[in-house]
Design a protein around this ligand. Structure first.
Ligand SMILES: Nc1ncnc2c1ncn2[C@@H]1O[C@H](COP(=O)(O)OP(=O)(O)OP(=O)(O)O)[C@@H](O)[C@H]1O
Ligand SMILES: [Mg+2]
Length: 393
């Protein structure tokens, strides 16, 4: 049974903005699930609905084995890192980190005091509070604060106030404040966006490591595809309030179900080249003035004569003695990776090639390019859907 299950969520803001449009999603216990999408696609809205900070118009949210759709945030047992995190400015870093645990202690105490009330003690056990002893609580809080602070490299800052640390450090305190709690699901909204590139890369690894070690269930929001590919056990790609594709990073990258997913994942992005299936023969396709023979495939026969989009990843563009003619615009290298930007001579479409092999090309030079036919994707222009892939038998 999944730890978090979201079924057919609908959420509108006012009459016009459909922020979530039928979102369904299951996240398994211990899974690191990444929600990936562009700005305005509904990522924050979705996790705010899961946290109970927004009420949904329809649909159900189940956490653990409880349907929590109508529960207030405090009863959902989720911990959240906000996109616009806010720390308590008058508390030190230590006190900010300890705050959720102290709040838990206070709630447990008040539940104990009301222990004659059957509902309150039931709530206590649902929230996972055992009997709380003041001394052990204090030590437990202290241990956890130091452990989380060390992991996030903020252990030197525990005595400072948020106004006395950097933006990236504040963001790590906000992350720590969520991780310090026991929760069924941890919801993280772009929690690393304020860190510099190097710290971001190392914190990603630390966070992923910690998540696996603790076995916690995470829904992690990002618009950064590299973050999604490197951290996610699975990725859900969201656009316009709809979850378009869910899968393992490798599968979503290799078999994108539509043009949006294909273009959103990959840097440089996938090359999309106009192509026409031959009218008389469904095993060849023309692009850039070149006729490419594909392994004969009856799946292409319904597209005879049709204009489609050929999707070729930059790493799958090869230079050859045969192929579509193209002019080299620019070559550049970053470390050992070489990027070649070209224009197809016949159609003036841009094509990028990426390789770690040496390239010896001059700007303006004419070359012939061929896609790797083992990794070709073909999309229908009007529906934007993948209609053929050489990776899919
Ligand atoms: N409180 C609100 N009132 C009205 N519209 C809203 C509200 N919150 C979000 N929206 C709209 O809902 C849509 C989804 O917004 P959301 O914040 O979920 O996007 P996002 O994917 O988190 O984007 P970003 O990457 O920029 O944070 C957007 O069109 C946004 O303008
Ligand atoms: Mg957002």
């Amino acid at each position: 049974m999944p730890e978090l299950s979201v079924q057919n969520l609908q959420k509108k803001f006012g009459n016009k903005v459909k922020a979530l449009d039928g979102v369904s999603l299951d996240v398994e216990s211990g899974e690191f699930f990444v929600l990936l999408g562009p700005s305005g696609s509904g990522k924050t809205t979705l996790i705010r609905c899961i946290a109970g900070l927004e009420m949904v118009d329809s649909g159900t949210i189940t956490i653990g084995n409880r349907v929590v759709t109508d529960f207030p945030p405090g009863e959902r047992n989720v911990a959240m890192v906000f996109q616009n995190y806010a720390l308590y400015p008058f508390l030190t870093v230590y006190e900010n980190l300890a705050f959720p645990l102290k709040a838990r202690g206070r709630l447990a105490k008040s539940l104990r005091e009301k222990s004659l009330d059957g509902n309150a003690s039931k709530l206590g056990s649902v929230l996972g509070f055992g009997p709380v002893n003041r001394q052990t609580l204090k030590k437990d809080i202290d241990d956890r604060v130091h452990r989380v602070a060390k992991m996030l490299q903020i252990d030197e800052l525990l005595d400072r106030k948020p106004g006395e640390i950097s933006g990236g450090q504040r963001q790590r305190v906000a992350l720590g404040r969520a991780l310090i709690r026991d929760a069924s699901v941890y919801l993280m909204d772009e929690p690393l966006s304020n860190l510099d590139a190097k710290l971001r890369a190392s914190t990603r690894i630390e966070l992923k490591h910690l998540q696996k070690e603790l076995g916690i269930t995470v829904v992690y929001v990002t618009h950064d595809q590299v973050e999604a590919m490197t951290m996610g056990d699975r990725i859900g790609v969201i656009n316009g309030g709809k979850l378009i594709q869910i899968g393992k990073p490798h599968d979503v990258y290799n078999l994108p179900e539509d043009l949006f997913v294909a273009s959103f994942l990959g840097d440089p992005p996938i090359n999309l080249i106009e192509a026409q299936v031959s009218a008389d023969d469904d095993s060849s396709i023309e692009f850039g003035g070149y006729r490419l023979t594909l392994p004969g495939d009856p799946r292409l026969s319904s597209f005879r004569g049709k204009i489609l989009k050929l999707g070729v990843r930059p790493e799958d563009v090869t230079l050859s003695s045969d192929g579509a003619k193209a002019t080299v615009q620019l070559t550049r290298s970053i470390g050992r990776t070489n990027y070649v930007s070209m224009l197809l001579t016949e159609t003036q479409e841009a094509v990028t090639k990426v390789t770690t092999e040496a390239v010896n090309l001059k700007d303006g030079q004419t070359v012939n390019i061929l896609p790797n036919t083992g990794t070709l994707d073909i999309f229908e222009s009007d529906t934007q859907k993948l209609v053929w892939s050489s990776k899919k038998k």
